[in-house]
Design a protein around this ligand. Structure first.
Ligand code: ATP
Ligand SMILES: Cc1cn([C@H]2C[C@H](O)[C@@H](COP(=O)(O)O)O2)c(=O)[nH]c1=O
Length: 427
């Protein structure tokens, strides 16, 4: 599988290394010299990551001469000692080595002065993995993460697709301000909720998961789309069995639903008594169920390298709410942007069938109508047109399966599309 990013920008403190001890000792040393007593050294953890001057300003209200003095004192301890009271998080060295081996361009992008950042990388013997190191200047003329990322981009160090990896708000907001994907990591010093506010593409809990993702070793995400009764569930079960027999680990799931919270939302959405529901409310509820499902089920399974087979996903929202309810595809895509981040399916099988035949099949199978199925023939015709438009616009991802065939015939189409995809993605 291809790596998702040709260039990766890494933050240092709290992302690659746990530098808390040295930083806190350096701050306490500087405060002590200024006769400032800090009764709660734990609060100083917030200094790890952001630019030093910003933190002294923010937490001690320092400015001007006093600010310059405290930074000077900080360095009296940090340079000979504090900088090395620091350790790499487990798995970081191996991740960098494997990314390098895979040809990924690795760049350090830190708010720490560049001169110290280099010494730290040398100390850990990982400088050799970095194609470029960009940090703050000693005089603070360059210090904000956003500006440091901008510099790296402007100087032409980035080739191909690029992302920023970091543990703090500044890293992810900096990525966002520079319009590149931001990948959060949970093992650093981010305060609860601070990364989420910056719309990260994903937040990783473990170094191993980040490594798999950056190496393109995550599992495959295959969705089944089409109208009610088209035969998706039947074929998904058969595919699950066939893939497991071939040794793949498969996670079968569905939308709306797939996890307890999203299943509760499903009940609201499909309850035929909720006939007052507004189309916008409907679109947000599907997206809310998806946000939980993506985070709780889909991403963890992909990170474990599993094949996720999902009965409906974003294309159902685009077709049913975008085209069917008339909200418009772009508007519904926008509503879903935060719910799914970058987690678009790798392959989508669209089961194409006249909607009335699907309704007939479900009736024959004894299924009772839910709220969506009760929406009427015109609605179903708009949904069908919506699906066909999506399939036409994205032939690379969406494969059309002629669902108006025998079970066996449909199965052969499914199997050949999936085999072709899995084979191609490995070569
Ligand atoms: N190729 C087929 N020919 C005839 N009947 C079929 C075919 N595939 C599935 N069916 C039958 O059609 C009904 C609907 O199938 P299935 O539940 O797989 O569809 P679905 O797309 O998942 O529907 P829904 O979205 O409504 O859950 C079932 O009774 C199933 O046995
Ligand atoms: C994900 C999703 C689904 N829908 C509709 C499509 C179906 O009518 C129901 C789900 O029922 P199923 O038996 O599980 O197929 O919900 C939708 O309108 N928008 C969506 O995003």
């Amino acid at each position: 599988m291809r790596v998702p990013f040709d260039t990766v920008l890494f933050d240092l403190d709290g992302t690659l290394s746990d530098s808390k001890e040295g930083i806190i000792h350096s701050i306490l040393y500087a405060l002590d010299k200024l006769y400032i007593k800090e009764d709660n050294p734990r609060k100083l953890e917030a200094f790890v990551g952001p630019a030093l001057r910003d933190s002294f300003r923010r937490y001690y209200g320092m400015e001007g001469e006093q600010l310059e003095q405290v930074v000077k004192l900080y360095r009296e301890y940090f340079v000979p000692k504090g900088m090395f009271e620091n350790e790499l998080y487990p798995g970081i060295r191996e991740m960098l080595a494997e990314l390098k081996e895979a040809g990924v361009r690795i760049i350090l992008c830190t708010a720490k002065p560049e001169i110290y950042a280099r010494q730290i990388l040398e100390h850990f013997d990982i400088l050799r993995y970095f194609d470029y190191v960009k940090g703050a200047s000693l005089d603070a003329s360059l210090g904000k993460k956003r500006d440091i990322i901008r510099c790296v981009l402007d100087q032409g160090w980035v080739t191909g697709r690029c992302a920023m990896v970091g543990d703090r708000r500044d890293d992810l907001q900096g990525a966002r301000d520079n319009e590149i994907p931001g990948l959060g990591v949970r093992w650093g010093y981010g305060l609860p909720g601070e990364m989420e506010g910056c719309d990260p593409t994903t937040i990783f809990e473990r170094v191993e998961d980040l490594k798999r993702f950056l190496l393109g070793q995550r599992g495959y995400f295959i969705t089944f789309e089409g109208q009610d009764g088209a035969g998706k569930t039947t074929q998904m079960k058969r595919l699950q069995q066939a893939l497991e027999e071939r040794g793949y680990c498969v996670r079968m799931t569905r939308e709306p639903g797939g996890c307890p919270i999203s299943e509760q939302i499903r009940e609201i959405l499909l309850n035929i008594g909720n006939d007052e529901m507004d189309g916008v409310c409907e679109a947000y509820l599907y997206a809310a169920a998806r946000a939980q499902h993506v985070r709780q089920v889909i991403v963890p399974a992909l990170m474990r390298g599993e094949i996720v087979l999902c009965d409906r996903f974003i294309d159902s929202s685009l077709a049913y709410q975008g085209a069917g309810r008339g909200l418009g595809v772009e508007r519904v895509a926008q509503i879903n942007r935060e719910a799914i981040g970058e987690w678009m399916p790798d392959l989508t099988l669209y089961f194409s069938l006249d909607p009335e035949s699907g309704m007939q099949r479900n009736a024959t199978g004894g299924k009772t109508l839910d709220r969506m199925e009760a929406a009427g023939e015109d609605f179903r015709a708009r949904v069908r047109a919506g699906f066909m438009e999506l399939a036409k616009g994205q032939p690379g991802r969406i494969r059309v399966v002629d669902a108006d065939r025998s079970l066996e015939d449909v199965w052969q189409q499914v199997l050949s599309a999936v085999q072709e995809y899995l084979h191609l993605s490995r070569t």
